[in-house]
Design a protein around this ligand. Structure first.
Ligand SMILES: *Cc1c(COP(=O)(O)O)cnc(C)c1O
Length: 425
């Protein structure tokens, strides 16, 4: 029917539909999005445009490490933006130097490069690896099956999952994948062209699978024997999420030989900026100096605003002992999830992870979760949303909890009770 009276502005008619209509018309549809439009957040709580609230245990995919709208982070952002936002890397600024110093302090002597995202941090590691092997003609990087390293062209080549590569062939050359946590497979894959090994300490997108202590120690030995760089992708599992700065530090706690373990390079992003886009990679001494002036760069990387925010976040995490909180409340959550697994063995197959990086593997073919064209993890996440809880799919049968590091025990219990209700339904 032809409308005679012009319709009122869409925002008044129905904000959710109006926003979704803008997306349908103007935003590249490269994401499978849930039917939720968020308006604001506070701590681990989010509100959609209809005023409904949600407990956020997804943390913006391990990004919102202090929750939403943390007042001290907001204040740091305002103060820095009143002073200096950006000058480019043609010049020095204090906060970039200080943030690099903080990252080095948590690892070991070395140097840090700043960029804007996880994929970009990994790109830097690939370039570093190629530069280190260039004179000997070595360039190949071995990665793990089910890994995830980002969506750039080299990132999808590095990622050990076919679904991210499909349609974008030919792949950037020089990457090969072997099964994760399988040292023999890695050893056999090494060729004269191999220059580096890249793994996540805990595979995130691949379904929340921690590396075993033996695997990490074995990779270090293998790399030393074959003069390879050991590179670790700490984008999701890093930044105190497991209870230590990097996941390998947690995995190797109390393991003989574990305290001396160090990779040669580590990529970071996600929680580093708590929502402000910033990425980084750390390189062990003296590797950092391989990237000499003119060899690598990015315009925004390490700008004063991003670094001020990241410094404030680090300060709060340490002051409020949030790594300990992630460890303790994470363990509490995990014990609660284990109880649910014992209560509902036909629904939950396994609970994995460390600290605030937890994955729940659903049993295959659960009748209530079978929807044509959708994975069980997605169907479960939608049911959780309907019950006021945000969780994140990781592969077809796993959902993840990646909450803010300041999540309280009461909030964790609230999440567990919603999950309990959902499972019994
Ligand atoms: C998210 C993620 C990336 C990519 O980070 P972006 O900021 O999305 O580019 C890389 N590696 C891992 C392990 C990740 O979880």
């Amino acid at each position: 029917m032809k409308e005679i009276v012009p319709s009122p502005p869409p925002v008044i008619r129905n904000e959710q539909q109006a926003v979704q209509a803008l997306f349908a018309r103007h935003v590249v549809p490269s994401y499978g999005r849930f039917d939720l439009v968020f308006a604001r957040g506070q701590g681990s709580r989010l509100w959609d445009v209809n005023g409904r609230s949600y407990l956020d245990l997804g943390g913006g995919i391990a990004v919102n490490c202090l929750g939403h709208a943390h007042p001290e982070v907001t204040a740091a952002m305002i103060e820095q933006s009143r002073t200096l936002v950006h000058v480019s890397n043609l010049y020095y600024t204090e906060s970039q130097g200080r943030l690099a110093g903080q990252i080095v302090r948590h690892l070991a002597p070395g140097k840090v490069f700043f960029c804007n995202s996880g994929a970009e941090a990994n790109e830097g590691l690939y370039k570093l690896a190629r530069k280190s092997g260039h004179e000997e003609g070595r360039f190949e990087i071995l990665t793990a099956l089910n890994s995830f390293h980002g969506r750039t062209l080299a990132g999808i080549a590095a990622t050990g999952q076919d679904k991210v590569k499909k349609g974008f062939e030919p792949m950037v050359s020089g990457f090969r994948h072997v099964p994760f946590n399988d040292l023999d497979a890695m050893r056999h894959a090494i060729s004269p062209a191999t220059v580096a090994i890249l793994v996540e300490g805990i595979q995130g997108e691949g379904g929340v699978t921690p590396a075993t202590p033996d695997y990490l120690l074995g990779l270090r030995r293998l790399c030393d024997e074959h003069k390879l760089l050991l590179l670790m992708d700490g984008v999701q599992c890093g930044h105190f999420r497991t209870g230590r700065f990097q996941s390998f530090q947690r995995i190797l706690e109390g393991i003989p030989g574990g305290e001396g373990f160090l990779p040669d390079g580590i990529s970071m992003a996600k929680s580093l900026g708590g929502g402000f886009p910033i990425g980084a990679f750390w390189l062990r001494e003296p590797l950092g100096d391989l990237l000499s002036p003119g060899t690598h760069g990015t315009t925004y990387g390490g700008n004063p605003l991003g670094c001020a925010v990241a410094l404030k976040i680090m300060e709060i995490i340490e002051r409020d002992r949030l790594a300990d909180n992630a460890r303790l409340v994470g363990e509490h959550l995990k014990v609660g999830l284990e109880k649910l697994r014992q209560q509902f063995p036909s629904l939950i197959r396994a609970v994995r992870g460390l600290g605030f990086m937890l994955g729940v593997e659903l049993a295959p073919d659960i009748p209530g979760l079978t929807v044509e064209g959708k994975t069980q993890a997605i169907v479960f996440a939608v049911k959780a949303q309907d019950a006021g809880l945000l969780v994140i799919p990781a592969g077809p049968n796993v959902f993840r909890l990646l909450p803010a590091l300041n999540l309280t025990r009461a909030e964790a219990d609230e999440g567990l009770s919603i999950l309990g209700r959902l499972l019994s339904d």
